[in-house]
Design a binder for this molecule. Structure first.
Ligand code: CP
Length: 371
């Protein structure tokens, strides 16, 4: 990591010194710890220790996957994605994570086939899942809805992406990927480009980065036509909190960052192709832009991507976004274990015996992981 700070960076307030923006709806957050299990609704109340512990367990899982192969044996994980979408990374990786921990999966993929299509509320639908499964992984397009589900259910609820603000497991993947590359998250200089105001992954990343020391954040925002037309377009600092430095284009911030985190410039926010293209031009991360840069700059993207990150970057050393996506399974394995309060084989063996499952884990010497 290049530790040099540019003159403009020196006037920064680091993220950890900044107040968090208030909850969007003004309501207090659901406590994450309840009745012996933990919800994961947002990272707002996660300490640095919580995050580092999760990342440590993720690393442990990556290094010793077979030791975790039965740690959720007997558990049922329900994935409920209320956001109509063909986007599947999060659901697939959660389901892969559950299988790799020995759990079984109930997948509610097509909500039109449920009573939701007839007007049943999402919390009511999910309440049933909560009676049948041990943990629910939920995505919803509406802000506050996953939190409402967490209040309604007696089993842990994991937020797999909610509205415009929260995508905590994506952030844990992002932080894991950054820490793996740089060795630490302290002192990182992160550039976020492509429409932070519309990206829950980007806002959630800011919440996660706030837990670390001396993190500097640079942003190239892309303002959609509706927002741009408003006389008082919400300023970036109101969305992201103080301490971020705004730039006119990605090229402007390149010399000041270690990580370039691109998010999709959302075509649907722009009334026509010309308007979209003009925003895209400020945020596009292509070979032309990257040529001549030191190759230790890490390009990340939460995917799916659009025109802001052309495929020509895939075969360069800058590409860390596929590795980032691949890290999703191990991170989500750690999340499922944490939320269910389960650790390694220490609980799986007695559970398997009580369920008379034919499970013969290898005779590892196991140590419980302290959460
Ligand atoms: N990054 C992410 O949330 O992708 P999906 O919408 O494909 O799950």
């Amino acid at each position: 990591m290049n530790q040099k700070t540019s003159p403009s960076a020196q006037k920064f307030v680091s993220m950890s010194q900044c107040n968090r923006p208030p909850p969007v709806d003004g309501r207090p957050r659901t406590p994450s710890l309840r009745a012996g299990h933990q919800n994961l609704v947002s990272l707002d109340d996660w300490s640095r220790g919580d995050i580092e512990n999760l990342l440590d367990v993720t690393e442990d899982i990556r290094m010793h996957p077979s030791e975790f192969a039965y740690s959720l044996a007997g558990a049922l994980v329900c994935t409920a994605f209320f956001e109509p979408s063909t986007r599947t990374r999060t659901r697939l990786s959660f389901e892969a994570a559950a299988h790799r921990l020995g759990a079984k999966v109930l997948s509610m993929g097509d909500m039109q086939s449920t009573r939701i299509g007839l007007g049943e509320s999402a919390p009511d639908t999910l309440r049933m899942a909560g009676y049948y499964a041990d943990i629910v992984v939920a995505r919803h397009s509406q802000d506050g809805m996953v939190e409402q589900m967490a209040r309604a259910l007696d089993v842990p609820v994991v937020n797999a992406g909610e509205g415009l603000h929260h995508h905590p497991t994506q952030t844990l993947i992002d932080l894991f990927t950054m820490r793996k590359h740089f060795g630490t998250l302290d002192g990182l200089r992160v550039g976020i480009s492509g429409g932070l105001r519309y990206s829950r992954a980007a806002k959630s990343l800011l919440a996660g980065l706030r837990a670390f020391r001396d993190v500097r954040v640079h942003v190239v925002d892309a303002v959609g036509d509706v927002d741009a037309a408003r006389q008082e377009c919400v300023p970036l600092t109101q969305i992201a909190g103080a301490g971020v430095q705004e730039h006119a284009s990605v090229a402007d911030m390149l010399g000041q960052i270690d990580v370039l985190y691109a998010v999709r410039v959302q075509r649907e926010q722009y009334r026509d192709a010309a308007s979209y293209e003009s925003q895209l031009a400020r945020c596009r991360v292509d070979l032309c832009l990257l040529q001549g840069l030191r190759s230790d700059i890490v390009v990340m993207h939460c995917l799916p991507r659009g025109g802001e990150l052309p495929q020509e970057v895939d075969d360069t050393p800058f590409n860390h976004y596929f590795r980032q996506a691949a890290n999703g399974v191990a991170v989500r394995m750690a999340v499922l274990q944490r939320c269910l309060g389960r650790f390694r084989l220490t609980t799986a063996v007695p559970m398997a015996e009580s369920l008379r499952l034919d499970i013969r884990p290898a005779p590892f010497i196991t140590t419980s992981v302290a959460w």
